[in-house]
Write a protein that binds this ligand. Structure first.
Ligand code: CTP
Ligand code: CA
Length: 236
């Protein structure tokens, strides 16, 4: 049921959202993964759908059900996600890269289960870098006008002695080259798998950030509203 209180601010827009966390295979029964539950991405898909958008959700290992009324695509590893993003991105107006993409993957996938072999030894797992899907898509845009005009990244930051959450966010926004970055403030027990979020929305074309906190759905509605406002002025 459409939320009657929310305006269809994205009516007629096509929005592609990635959600969840990738799994990097090690052997036929094992993988390297992360703690992303996919709740925030699912809330974004729901909020975008309620705002009238035509939503495609690329799901990587969601712990929660995908919302009704969206087109669902599945991917597992970062390489599969990259393929699914490049296949589905042409013709979309907005891309929201919410999935937690593994930065590294095992250099080799063993064909059979890794065994202990002897009493004491343990294998050393060699990792290689995964491609940066978001950065690749941003740079592919200069060759392909069909790719989304408005690209949104997500980042979880804690801040430390070297910089604040906002400073790290601004630097990441520049590095990625996307139009908007949503920065999640995280601590050891915050955000991953939790019901509430604290976010800062950063924009490439102006310095003023928007802060919001609340349930994943409340925060998602703020993000969708900001995308709708910003995408309009971006296109104008
Ligand atoms: N991302 C991506 N491909 C990757 C890694 C990240 O597309 N290989 C996207 C994420 O989906 C997210 C954004 O980039 O939208 C920021 O992810 P984050 O992990 O914060 O950025 P990194 O560049 O990987 O930086 P860090 O070293 O802090 O992890
Ligand atoms: Ca990363």
């Amino acid at each position: 049921v459409q939320d009657l209180l929310s305006e269809p601010v994205l009516a007629g827009s096509k929005v592609l959202i990635t959600a969840g966390g990738t799994r990097e295979p090690l052997d036929p029964v094992r993988f390297l993964g992360n703690r992303s539950s996919g709740r925030q991405g699912v809330a974004l898909a729901q909020a975008a759908r309620d705002a009238g958008a035509d939503v495609t959700l690329i799901a990587t290992h969601l712990e929660v059900p995908a919302p009704h009324g969206v087109k669902l695509v599945h991917a597992s590893s970062a390489l599969e996600l990259r393929e699914a993003v490049f296949e589905n991105a042409p013709g979309q107006d907005v891309l929201i890269m919410n999935a937690a993409v593994a930065d590294f993957r095992p250099a080799r996938i063993e064909n059979s289960k890794i065994k202990k072999r002897d009493e004491h030894s343990a294998p050393v797992i060699e990792l290689v870098r995964n491609p940066d899907i978001l950065a690749e898509l941003v740079s592919a845009r200069s060759q392909n006008p069909d790719l989304p005009e408005f690209i949104v990244g997500f980042a979880a930051e804690t801040g430390d002695e070297q910089g604040s959450v906002l400073e790290y966010g601004q630097a990441k926004l520049k590095r990625k080259g996307c139009e908007m970055l949503v920065v999640n403030e995280v601590g050891a027990t915050l955000t991953f798998g939790q019901e509430t979020n604290s976010i800062h929305v950063l924009f490439a074309d102006h310095a003023e950030a928007v802060q919001a906190s609340g349930s994943k759905l409340e925060v998602a509605r703020v993000v969708i509203e900001q995308i709708s406002n910003a995408a309009k002025s971006h296109a104008a």
